[in-house]
Design a binder for this molecule. Sequence first.
Ligand code: PGA
Length: 252
Amino acid sequence: MTNRRPFVAANWKMNGNLASIRPLLADILAGVQTGMNAEVVICPPYIYIDEIALRLDNTTIGLGAQNVSHHDSGAHTGEVAIGMLQDYNTGYVIIGHSERRMLYGETDGIVAEKFKKVVDSGLKPILCVGETLEQREADETEEVIARQLDTVIDNAGVKSFAKAVIAYEPVWAIGTGRTATPDQAQEVHAFIRLRLARHDEEIADLLRIVYGGSVKADNANELFTMADIDGGLIGGASLIAEDFLSICQAAI
Ligand code: PGA
């Protein structure tokens, strides 16, 4: 197996305010500065990107955005363009999170457009894929994941995955406290890698595929030891510095 550097990203979603994120970030920074194997990235709410970018400058922690518009500019009230993210040294952008897909109507096609825009601009996408509980119970997991991946591969090309990270996030595990078992997650991660390998084995081998969905300090270890799980996308537990740091430490 190729030696892929583990990747752990904090997805703060729409949580916190300046009074809470300043000490949270300071504690995470202090912990990460003592040395981590994993590449660590923080994805704050947009409005704090400017402040967090300044605080992460000259540190080993990277900055990510939680979303981006698939338009370049213009009359799109409330949206943020990729060029704006470039102003703040944003390294990564989460694309196609299930909350975006389900609550804000993002289709596979829109997700693919966003993915391409991020790659073309030189930023790196964290592409989220995952099935709902109904789909899993109807035995449609692989079909759903394949469709989500293939739309992006067809639109952006397999080579565009060279700098991407994929996050497998079963919708039924997000924020529910119900984590996929290491075997359940590994099975889908292996499927994703194989799907990419049909187009390009080298890209598939180097691609980091991380797991997201109720990752906690006490289950990260067993998830991250699986062969095709290269780290995590962490929601709730990334809002508590101590928990997030133990998860980062488990990614070796
Ligand atoms: P969770 O969220 O860790 O709170 O389940 C993960 C995510 O949605 O990225």
